[in-house]
Design a protein around this ligand. Structure first.
Ligand SMILES: NC(=O)c1ccc[n+]([C@@H]2O[C@H](COP(=O)([O-])OP(=O)(O)OC[C@H]3O[C@@H](n4cnc5c(N)ncnc54)[C@H](O)[C@@H]3O)[C@@H](O)[C@H]2O)c1
Length: 234
């Protein structure tokens, strides 16, 4: 299971004060990563238990990711506190407004775009800049979209939300393509076919196999995981 270890790595999770973001923060910490969280609300008690339970360092920063000033200020403080370390970024903060399509206002839609699209995009951009500067060889940026980027969610009013999550999914391959050159440890072999710039080793697909076989994937069914170095996203 050593491939799953994140010991010694540093992660940043936005929207990590509660919900899915908090679960991501906890999971990353259980795998050994130090975890910083950006959020506009104070974290649940469960966040404060992570440090002791997992033996890692945690920190919370009050940051509004929809504000350029707040986001950049949060990154500056985080960089100072963690000596510029950053290997993993999970831009997870996101909102929905449960309003009918016919009643949605410009302001409602703007709020969703500024958090779910612009906030996520610039969190990823600032994280990428930091990872390039600190020369990590373990850089991962994990954008949080939703099934709502594929379908209308029956139980929710989500016309604008679906659009923002579609934007997240659409930007992901293009960001991956542009960042591939900054991870030279990946640039071997099958360079023209794989976005990652190398042919997979058997160990590269081992993790997905163990994940699918384990209780960690118990909420997945009838879907697939594509572990292909970005070939089908190119
Ligand atoms: N819950 C689900 O079923 C589900 C499914 C698919 C995708 N998602 C996505 O997962 C993410 C988290 O969803 P959740 O259900 O845990 O929601 P949640 O409301 O429980 O958590 C979202 C967190 O983001 C924070 N946040 C909101 N605006 C922010 C801002 N401007 N700056 C910083 N933090 C901000 C909130 O304070 C909150 O802590 C969202 O992007 C959502 O679209 C959730």
């Amino acid at each position: 299971m050593s491939k799953f270890s994140l010991r010694g790595r540093t992660a940043l999770v936005t929207g990590g004060a509660r919900g899915c973001g908090l679960a991501f923060a906890r999971g990353l910490a259980e795998a050994g990563a130090n975890v910083a969280v950006f959020d506009v609300v104070s974290p649940d008690d469960a966040f404060y238990a992570i440090e002791k339970d997992c033996g890692v360092r945690t920190a919370f920063y009050e940051v509004d990711i929809s504000s350029q000033e707040s986001l950049e200020g949060g990154f500056t403080k985080f960089q100072q506190d963690f000596d510029n370390a950053l290997d993993i970024c999970v831009p997870c903060a996101g909102i929905n407004r449960h309003l009918p399509f016919l009643e949605f206002t410009y302001k409602d839609h703007q709020d969703l775009l500024s958090i779910n699209v612009m906030g996520l995009y610039f969190t990823a951009q600032l994280a990428a800049k930091q990872m390039i500067a600190n020369k990590t060889t373990h850089g991962s940026i994990i954008l949080v979209a939703s099934m709502a980027s594929h379908i209308a969610v029956r139980s929710q009013l989500c016309s604008a939300y679906c659009g923002t999550k579609g934007a997240v999914r659409a930007m992901c391959p293009a960001i991956a393509k542009e960042l591939a050159e900054y991870f030279p440890h990946l640039l071997e072999g099958w360079k023209t076919e794989a976005m990652n710039g190398r042919i997979a080793d058997p160990e590269d697909i081992m993790g997905a196999c163990v994940f699918l076989a384990s209780d960690a994937s118990s909420y997945m069914t009838g879907s697939d995981i594509v572990v292909d170095g970005g070939v089908t996203r190119w």
